[in-house]
Design a protein around this ligand. Structure first.
Ligand SMILES: [Zn+2]
Ligand SMILES: [Zn+2]
Length: 219
């Protein structure tokens, strides 16, 4: 009887040790999280065709499930007149983080209004030169690296181009911003979709439209 008690005690110790040293295996983490559910938040009077295009681009590129949330007005708290009447992308990201259903893992805001951010000198909180331009700088989209939200604006994508080019750009910007949310930073590979837009739509137009091998491996 004493021997059985000792064996049980030793077994209990081994089991405890396994849980202490290996609290979560990769499989358990995988089961816990699964692929993210994406929710598109259309703002204002954005065209349904643009919403569909953004939805399709995420489904096709990343294979995630995408749902479309009810349209809402752009939040007043994001409005700015620093240089032009438009909406701050960083404020929209903040708003999206707190205003999407709990069932959604990643929120993708979509607007046809112009959006902007402040651009800083690398690694500082000092506004990039020239300050008049960068304190409120118009952008195509913004995504928080490893966060849970990104925002895309179609406002700057259709100037002097065909409808085909416009939708190609919209899909690419969307997949670039979702890439940031999935943890990707800008990529030095010139044709990779995560290459920095260098403040020009040309980078997006010249991209292959796909992530490079290294970026795919990092997701
Ligand atoms: Zn980027
Ligand atoms: Zn890359």
């Amino acid at each position: 009887m004493k021997r059985v008690a000792v064996i049980v005690f030793v077994l209990a110790l081994i089991v405890s040790a396994i849980f202490i040293f290996f609290p979560k295996t990769k499989e358990i983490i995988g089961l816990d999280t699964g692929p993210p559910l994406i929710g598109i938040q259309p703002y204002g009077n954005i065209a349904d065709r643009e919403v569909d295009s953004v939805k399709n681009s995420i489904e096709k590129m990343y294979g995630f499930e995408v749902v479309v949330l009810n349209k809402v007005d752009l939040p007043e708290m994001a409005y700015t007149e620093i240089r032009y009447p438009r909406y701050r992308a960083d404020s929209l990201l903040h708003w999206l983080t707190y205003h999407h259903p709990d069932s959604i893992d990643i929120a993708v805001g979509l607007t046809n209004q112009d959006i902007s951010i402040t651009k800083y000198k690398e690694g500082t909180r000092e506004v990039k030169d020239p300050e008049w331009m960068y304190k409120d700088f118009g952008i195509f989209g913004l995504g928080s690296v490893g966060g849970n939200a990104c925002v895309v604006s179609s406002n700057r994508l259709h100037k002097n181009v065909s409808s085909k080019t416009f939708y190609k750009r919209l899909m690419r910007i969307t997949c670039h911003e979702v890439g940031h949310v999935l943890g990707l930073r800008h990529c030095p590979e010139p044709n990779c979709l995560m290459n920095d837009a260098n403040e020009s739509i040309k980078t997006i137009d010249n991209s292959t439209g796909d992530l490079c091998q290294d970026c795919w491996a990092d997701i």
